[in-house]
Design a protein around this ligand. Sequence first.
Ligand code: AMP
Length: 227
Amino acid sequence: MDGQTITTAPVLILLGPPGAGKGTQARMLEDRFGFVQLSTGELLRAAVANGTAAGREAKAVMEAGGLVSDDIVIAILRDRLAEPDTARGVILDGFPRTTVQAQALDALLAETGQQIDAAISLDVDDAAMVTRISGRFTCGGCGEGYHDSFKQPAEAGVCDKCGGTEMKRRADDTAETVASRLDAYHAQTAPLIDYYEEKGALARIDAMGAIDDIAAGLGAIVTKATA
Ligand code: AMP
């Protein structure tokens, strides 16, 4: 690159099945380190809500708990990564979910001289995931996550973070869909743990404990990986 110094922003990946806490932890890392959380699930839900061509194609697959096609997801991610705020560093939450996506991400980052700093696997027991997922809801205003059993807002129905009163539950957070989403994770996404281990980029964390303890452990991993 003509002797230029390239300043590369941190790129972190959170791996783990649905319900492992990727979204919650990504938001906490965003607050703590100033990175941008990039969730392909959220980008796809926005595409569905806006009725875009990609959203229309993705809708039925998402409702059934399957994986949206690599082409659609990679295109959505590429567009989002091109936005200027990603220069602060990104935490990928829910991407990549297949080996094809992981390879596409490596190629995309290589275009700008970047690479992954760490892929962190949130290790959980599958059996607990259905309970975790079926009780969760978020603030429609700021996206803060809550749970019927584990994290209620201080005042029922009012967001602790922004004061919003419109709470939302995801259409695919039902017991039947969760089973399909867990199957998709084990068949197509879990092999990425080996993919990143072979690259020497894998870190693992026990994600069955308290949210704040997991956040502290993750913070230490991120600090080390981006030092
Ligand atoms: P999430 O919010 O990450 O749980 O994603 C919700 C749903 O969006 C998933 O069950 C998939 O149908 C779809 N989705 C999100 N990210 C991806 C991805 N990287 N590849 C394929 N499908 C995805």
